[in-house]
Design a protein around this ligand. Sequence first.
Ligand SMILES: Cc1ncc(C[n+]2csc(CCOP(=O)(O)OP(=O)(O)O)c2C)c(N)n1
Ligand SMILES: [Mg+2]
Length: 330
Amino acid sequence: MADVSEGLTPEVLMDMYYHMVLARVLDDRMWVMNRLGRAPVVYSSNGHEATQVASAFALDRGHDWVVPYYRDLALVLAMGMTPRDVFLHLMGRADDPNSGGRQMPAHWGSVDLKILTTGSVVTTQMMHAAGIALAAKLKHEPTVAMATFGEGSTSQGDFHEALNFAAVMKLPAIFLNENNGYAISVPARKQMAVPDVAARAQGYGIPGVVVDGNDPIKVFEAVRAAAARARAGEGPTLIEAKTYRFVPHSSDDDDRAYRSREEVAEAKKHDPLVVFEQELREQRLLDDTQHKAMLDRAKAAVDDATEFADTAPDPDPSTLGRHVYHEAVL
Ligand SMILES: Cc1ncc(C[n+]2csc(CCOP(=O)(O)OP(=O)(O)O)c2C)c(N)n1
Ligand SMILES: [Mg+2]
C-alpha cells in the first residue's frame, strides 16, 4: 500500500476492512450452524474476502450490477446485503430477501441491491452479465455489469461465448475471475493448459489482467480501471484475482482428500485479512483498540442475525408453487 489511490480514503479503507472481517465472522458462524444441523449447506467466501469486497467497492454500488456465484458472501455483503438477510437465506425462512426461502443457500439475488439472482449451473452468470451490459449499452445508460466466477468455470462454453460476445459488441462488462486453484477437488493444472486465466483475453481482443487477489488495493485499482474503460465505451475486461479458499469447497466436501494440510497452512500466510490488517496498522489507521472494536461490532451483528433468523417463520407451505406454477393450481 505504497500510495493511497484516488477514492481510497482512510474511511473507505477501514470500511473495506470491516466488510472483510464481517464476512469471515459470518462465514465461521454459518459452518457452526451447519454442524448443529440448522443450515443445510454452506459455501464459503473464506479466503476470497479481499477480492470480493474490494471489487464491490470499486463499482458504483446501487447503480452497477453484480452477477455473482455461490462463493460471493463477502461480495454481497459489500453490495449492501445484511447479516440478517444472509441468515434468513441460509435457513430458508419466509422473509429471505434473496428468494423467500425457495433457493438453496448461497443463491444470492436482490433487485434493490442490483445483485442478479444466482443460478446453480456455473458460468451461466457470465452470459447474464453480458446481457445486462448489452441492455445498458442499448439504453445509453452508464451502467457496468460485473460477473464473478471460479477458474474451473472457465472450462465451460459459456465463458467463451460471453467474452466473445461482450468483446465484439464492446459491452460495459467486467469479468472477474476468482482463481483459488481448485474446482472442488480438481486442481487448476488439470483444468487448463495455461497458467493464467487472464491470458485467454488475448483470444477475444480485450485486456486480461492478473492481480493479487489477497490485496484489496490491487483488486480495487484493477476493477476501477475496468469500470472506467467500460463506461467510456471501450468494452469489457477480464480480471484474474489469484487467491485461495482456506476451507473445503462446501460443508459437504472433505478437502483432506485432495490437498495437504501443509499447502493450506502455507496459503494462510497470505490470508487477506491478516495482510490487510498489517497494512492498515503500518499506515497507522488501525490499532489494537480499533481492531477489537471492529471484531466486536462484527460479532454483535452476526449474533443478532443468528438469533433473528433462528426464530423467523418458515415459508407457508401453501405458497410452495409460487413462481413455479400458477397459484390457482395449488
Ligand atoms: C455446469 C455445471 N457443472 C458442474 C457443476 C458442479 N459444480 C459446482 S461448483 C463446481 C466447481 C467450480 O469451481 P470453480 O469455478 O473453480 O469455483 P470455486 O468453487 O473454486 O470458487 C462444480 C464442478 C455445476 N454446478 N454446474
Ligand atoms: Mg476454483
